[in-house]
Design a protein around this ligand. Structure first.
Ligand code: URA
Length: 270
C-alpha cells in the first residue's frame, strides 16, 4: 500500500513538472519552457558512482560505432533530400517522410517553417515545444505569443517573416537536443534558409545560434551585434541573435535587451 502511494506521488510530480512521455528507465529533466513552481518530493540519495579506468567493453565500442555510422548516414541522407528539394513544399514533404531522426517517433507532428516564404527576414528557434508539436506549427505556445507581441511592436507579423526551428520535431519533455539530432536536422534548416533567401536572419536563443553559426559562444555574448551566416554558395547573410522568448518569460529583466535587439534589426531593415 505504502509503495502504491509513493508511485502515485512520483507520477503526480512528473505530471506537474510537464513530463508527458515516458521513454526510458531514467526520468528526463523539466522542460525549458514549462518550469513550474512545485515542491520536489524527497530524493533518496544514491551512493556516488566512482568512475574507474575499467576498459570500454567491445560491445560498448561496437554500439558507439554503429550509432556514429547511423548518424553519418542520416546526415548524408538529409543532405541528399535537401539537394533534391527545389521548393519549400517539396522540402516539407521530404522532411515529413524522413526517418533518420528518432525524435520523429515521439513527436505528434513535423513542425516545418511557417510564414512568408518570400520574406526578407527569417526567424530561427531551437525546437518545437508541446503546443507546437500538438498543432504542427512553430511558435504557437506561450513563447510564440510573446514573440508575436514583440514583433508586432516593431511593425512585423507572420506575413512579414518566415519562422522555423533547428529541429522539426519536439525533443521529449523539451529536453536539450543532442549534437547528433542537431547534425542530422541542420541541413533542413539550412535548405529552408536557401529557399527563402532572406536578407536578414534573427536567431532566438543560444542553442539555435550555436547550431546555425557553428560556435559555442553563450547568447549573452552573441546577442545584440551583427554577425554573419555563410550559405553553401558563399553568400553571407547578416544575422542578429537575441534571447529566446521562453527565456524572457522567465527573466523579464532581460526584455529590455531583447527589445533593443529588435529595434536594431528594424532600423537596419529600414
Ligand atoms: N520554442 C522554439 O524554439 N520553437 C518553437 O517553435 C516553440 C518554442
Amino acid at each position: 500500500m505504502e509503495e502504491k502511494l509513493n508511485i502515485k506521488a512520483v507520477l503526480e510530480y512528473y505530471i506537474m513538472s510537464g513530463v508527458d512521455e515516458i521513454l526510458g528507465d531514467e526520468p528526463f529533466g523539466v522542460g525549458l519552457n514549462e518550469k513550474k513552481n512545485i515542491q520536489e518530493p524527497q530524493i533518496i540519495k544514491k551512493a556516488p558512482v566512482i568512475l574507474t579506468s575499467s576498459p570500454v567493453s567491445d560491445s560498448d565500442r561496437q554500439a558507439t560505432t554503429e550509432l556514429a555510422q547511423a548518424t553519418l548516414s542520416a546526415c548524408q541522407n538529409a543532405h541528399e533530400i535537401c539537394a533534391a528539394a527545389q521548393t519549400l513544399e517539396e522540402l516539407r514533404a521530404a522532411v515529413e517522410k524522413f526517418d533518420g531522426c528518432a525524435l520523429k517517433l515521439t513527436a505528434s507532428h513535423t513542425v516545418f517553417g511557417d510564414g512568408n516564404p518570400h520574406a526578407r527576414l527569417v526567424l530561427v528557434g531551437e525546437a518545437p515545444g508541446a503546443d507546437e508539436d500538438r498543432i504542427g506549427r512553430p511558435f504557437v505556445g506561450r513563447s510564440g505569443h510573446l514573440l508575436d507581441k514583440m514583433m508586432n511592436a516593431v511593425g512585423m507579423d507572420r506575413n512579414s517573416y518566415f519562422i522555423t526551428n533547428v529541429l522539426p520535431w519536439r525533443p521529449p519533455g523539451n529536453r536539450t537536443p543532442t549534437s547528433a539530432e542537431i547534425a542530422v536536422c541542420l541541413p533542413f534548416l539550412k535548405r529552408q534558409i536557401e529557399l527563402v533567401d532572406p536578407e536578414y536572419i534573427l536567431i532566438l536563443g543560444g542553442s539555435a545560434a550555436n547550431a546555425l553559426l557553428d560556435n559555442q559562444e553563450p547568447i549573452s555574448r552573441l546577442r545584440g551585434r551583427w554577425l554573419e551566416y555563410e550559405k553553401a554558395d558563399g553568400k553571407k547573410i547578416p544575422v542578429l541573435a537575441s534571447f529566446h522568448p521562453a527565456y524572457l518569460l522567465r527573466n523579464a529583466a532581460q526584455k529590455a535587451r531583447a527589445w533593443s535587439d529588435l529595434l536594431r534589426l528594424k532600423k537596419t531593415m529600414q
